[in-house]
Structures are given as C-alpha cells and as structure tokens.
Design a protein around this ligand. Structure first.
Ligand code: NDP
Length: 499
C-alpha cells in the first residue's frame, strides 16, 4: 500500500520540504484529496542539485562499469513491475485515467530501464582516423547533473523516458514532476534506491513550475535540462538553458492529424480514430485530434463515429468496466469546454458530447462526454490550439495533396497517422508529413528503441533509442602521440605540423 503522505527524495532518503510546505493532490474523479505531498521550492532544489553534484563529481555512479549500473537499473525495473498494480492505482487516483490502462502503462515503463541498461552495456567507444602519427579514440562521458521537468498526463512513463537513459549513461538527476501527479515519480525514486543506486544519483522534488521548476531550470550547476510540457513552458525553459549555455531537450504540445483514405473499411477506420482521439480522455500530446477523411467516405464515417463515440463507457476510472475517466482538473475542464464553445460560436457543429456529464457517478468529478465536431475550418481556435481533452474534429479532403496540406497546416509536428490499404500511398504520405512520428494504420504506439520527438513547435531533440542515449553523454576525444621521433616545437627547424 502506497502512503498517502509523501516526502521529497533527496540524497538517497525521504525528507520533508525545508520550509515544511506541502501540496494536495486531488483525485479528479471524486475531487477528494488523494495525497498530501511535500512541496519543494528553491532551497530544496538547491539541496537536490548539491546532492546530485556530489554524487556525480565524487560518487561511484559515473565511474561504475556500465554492467554494474545496468544491474541496478534492471533490479529497479523488477521492483516496479512487482508494484504495477499499486502504482497504477496511484496514477489513476492522480490523473483519472482508467485503472486498466494505467496498470498496463506502469507495467510497460520498466522496459525503458532494461533497454537503456542494454544500450549502456553494449556501447562501444570509437577510434577515429585522425591524420599524423596519432591514435585518436573518443570516449562518451556523462554530461553531469541532468534536471528533468515532467507533466501530469503520463506521470511515470514520461519521467522514465528521461530517467532511464540519463542514469544508464552515468549522469545524476534532479526531477521536478508536475504538482498534479508527483507520486509515481516519487515511487520511481524509491525503487531505484531500493535497487541499490548510490545516494544522490536520483533526487525527486515535487513542487510548482513557477518556483521549483523555475529554480531547477535556472540553476547554474546543472549540465542539461529536459522538459516535457506545454509549448509556452518549453520557450521559457529553453531560454533559461540558453542563458546557462546548457543543452535542452523539450517534448512539447501536439495537434496530431489522422488521415483516413477511402479504401479503409469504415469500421476499421472508426475503431482507429476513436483509439487515436479518446484514449486517456484525449489528454495526450499525440492524441489524434484532427480527423481528415476522404470526401467519398466522410458521411458514412461520421455517422459511425458518432454512434461508436456515444458507446464509450465513461465512468469511475477505478472500475474495470470504465473505458474513459474524467479530465484532470477544473481548469482543464473549463478550458476544454471553452474551446468547444468557441468552435460553436465560429460555426462548427457539435454532433455529440460537448458538455460536462451529470448524474451518478459524475456528481463531483471532471467528466466530459466524448465530443465529435464537424463543419470546422483551419482558422478556428479549436483547429489551431491543443485541446487536451476528449474532443475530435472531422474535416473532408478531396485528394492526397489536400490531405497532406491540411495535415501540415499546424504549428505543431509531433504525431500523425495515415490509414490506407495502399502500401505505396501509406509511405509516400507519411514521408510528406512534417511530424516526428507517423503511424501507418495505427496510433499511440511507442517503444524505448523508437525515436520520439517533435518538429516545429512540438519540441527540440528526441527521446528513446540509441541517439537519445548519446545525447546524455559528451564526446571526449583522446589523442595519443605514437611517434618515435623526439619532439621539440621551439627547438626544431623542421616543418611545423599541427596535424
Ligand atoms: P505544463 O507546461 O503546464 O507543465 C509541464 C511541467 O513544467 C510541470 O512540471 C510544470 O510544473 C512545469 N513548469 C511550468 N512552468 C514552468 C516554468 N516556467 N519553469 C519550469 N517549469 C515549469 O504542461 P502540463 O503539465 O499541463 O502537461 C501537458 C502538456 O505537456 C501538453 O502541452 C502536452 O502536449 C505536453 N506533453 C508533451 C509530450 C511529448 O512527448 N511531446 C508528452 C506529454 C505531454 P507544475 O505543473 O507542477 O506547476
């Protein structure tokens, strides 16, 4: 059973905030307080950075053999797997996503630890062809202290996507999770400490973005900052990283198009579209929010989509039969319904949903009926802004060129999907779309081996895969003089050579 009161993890132990402050985590399905968590601020971030700095500069972690680091990361993965039910319950209590989905996601997250342990263990240094009587080998060394700031929507998984490669590469970390859902990231720290990670290697300090997040971002003793969050937060974090001349990696917002060609059977297209749009109540950066449907099949598609959407079982997310829970907060609920209203005012038609659900079991939580909107155009707010809720729009296209043009007409470029049975068209269209990930006849699939990053306003850099691991290291070039001829730069009359 996971404790209802949680502390910060700093330097290998649980500690209260220095000022004794706490924050309350609300269960969005009931509006009751689910957890009380220590609230870190600037001085707590300082203490965490100090601990991470010591662990990096003087501790064993960066100097440990990668197989030894890998052993600890794999042990932590097993601990987390054994707790997937209880951590899944925590996630559902914090964000309202159905338990059956959360348990599955929590069960998958440890794969990142296994994968990056393997990457670290199999990493090979390079010998490069430098000219002259030199041997030049290139080591990959950890960057140092990595700061990570994470959002509320997939709390453990997103934290894991940063923690696993950063630690496997030998860095130490300070993580500032969202104050809305900080408990699972704290449980990740607990599992790593139980697995034997040295003190100070992982520090988790929940708090608000405006104080703890800002203090971490602007800290002058961190060596890299990672963020997953909204695009505006990304601009602020990247500006601070620029001032400190440290690398930044940012996974930001999205507005994924789903292109559905008329060779796809309607039932399959609708099942794919509802999966893309409504998983996690649409609170996903890669939610398929813009359905682009060939004009020949759009009427049949919309009719079936509305029918299918109305059958989605919204309910208490702790119950196994619930397929969709609430949205995360009153603030999100107001924002989502505000965007639906703006679409109505601009002439769109709301075919189903578009309102807060009432009656049992919805009396207290932030439940919104899944919503389908048509008659939209590109200038509407709902087509430009990230909604982050269970709302999908449907638009027709006449041909491939128009589909691609509509898909690319967005400030974001994170995820996209193409549905067609035509193999050539599937690849050609995928290549024309400006987004970091494109699914063909699918959506939402991710893997620790599969690069994940945003084009345009959706981010900087990429997570997952070997390249992301390398980004948590710096190349150190070691040049060895192999010449047998004695060397005296100022005493010699021979031709001078630098290389
Ligand atoms: P926010 O941008 O509001 O917050 C993200 C994190 O940044 C939180 O921990 C927040 O703290 C913190 N933060 C906020 N302001 C600052 C600041 N000025 N300096 C430092 N830290 C700050 O995003 P949400 O939590 O609302 O998450 C939803 C967003 O995340 C969506 O835009 C979504 O698209 C994006 N996202 C992107 C993903 C991707 O892979 N590209 C994946 C998942 C989500 P706190 O909230 O505690 O105050």
């Amino acid at each position: 059973m996971i404790k209802q009161d949680q502390l910060l993890w700093i330097d290998g132990r649980e500690v209260a905030a220095l000022d004794g402050g706490t924050l309350e985590v609300e269960n969005p399905a009931t509006t009751q307080i689910a957890f009380v968590v220590a609230r870190g601020r600037g001085p707590d971030i300082d203490a965490a950075v100090d601990a991470a700095r010591r662990a990096h500069d003087h501790g064993p972690w960066p100097r440990m053999h990668p197989r030894e680091r890998g052993r600890i990361l794999r042990t932590a993965a097993e601990i987390l797997r054994s707790r997937k039910e209880s951590i899944g319950e925590v996630e559902t209590a914090c964000v309202g996503r159905p338990l059956r989905e959360m348990v599955q996601q929590v069960g998958r997250a440890p794969d990142w630890l296994d994968f990056f342990a393997s990457v670290a263990e199999t990493q090979e240094d390079l010998v490069v062809p430098a000219s002259g009587e030199l041997m030049n080998y290139v080591r990959r060394v950890p960057l140092g202290v990595v700061g990570a700031i994470t959002p509320w929507n997939h709390p453990l998984l997103i934290t894991m996507k940063k923690v696993a490669p950063a630690l496997a590469a030998g860095n130490t970390m300070v993580v500032k999770p969202s104050e809305v859902a900080p408990v699972a990231p704290l449980e990740l720290a607990r599992a790593l400490v139980e697995a034997g990670i040295p003190d100070g290697v992982i520090n988790v300090v929940p708090g608000f973005g405006t104080d703890a997040g800002k203090a971490l971002t602007e800290h002058d003793r961190i060596d890299r900052i990672d963020l997953t969050g909204g695009t505006e937060t990304g601009r602020q974090v990247a500006a601070a990283a620029g001032r400190n001349l440290i690398p930044v990696q940012a996974e930001l917002g999205g507005k994924a198009p789903v292109l559905i060609f008329d060779d796809v059977p309607i039932d399959i297209a609708v099942a794919g579209a509802t999966f893309a749009s409504f998983v996690a109540s649409g609170q996903s950066c890669i939610a398929g929010t813009r359905l682009l449907v060939h004009e020949r099949s759009i009427d049949a598609f919309v009719e079936k989509l509305v029918e299918r959407t109305q059958l989605i079982r919204v309910g208490d997310p702790m119950q196994p039969e619930a397929q969709m829970g609430p949205v995360v907060s009153q603030r999100q609920l107001d924002r989502i319904l505000g965007l639906v209203e703006s679409a109505r005012a601009e002439g769109a038609r709301v075919l189903c949903g578009g309102e807060r659900l009432a009656g049992h079991p919805f009396e207290r939580g932030y439940f919104i009926a899944p919503t389908v909107i048509t008659d939209v155009h590109q200038d509407m707010r709902i087509m430009r802004e990230e909604v982050f809720g269970p709302v999908v729009s449907v638009q027709p296209f006449a041909d491939e060129d128009e589909a691609v043009a509509l898909a690319n007409d967005a400030d974001f470029g994170l995820g996209a999907a193409v549905w067609t049975k035509d193999l050539t068209r599937a690849h050609v269209v995928a290549h024309r779309i400006r987004s970091g990930t494109v699914w063909i006849n699918d959506h939402h699939r991710i893997d620790p081996a599969s690069p994940w990053g945003g084009f345009k306003d959706s981010g900087i850099g990429s997570e997952n895969g070997v390249e992301a691991f390398n980004d948590y290291t710096a190349a150190q070039s070691v040049l060895v003089n192999l010449s047998r001829t004695p060397f005296d730069w100022f005493g010699s009359s021979e031709e001078l050579r630098y290389s």
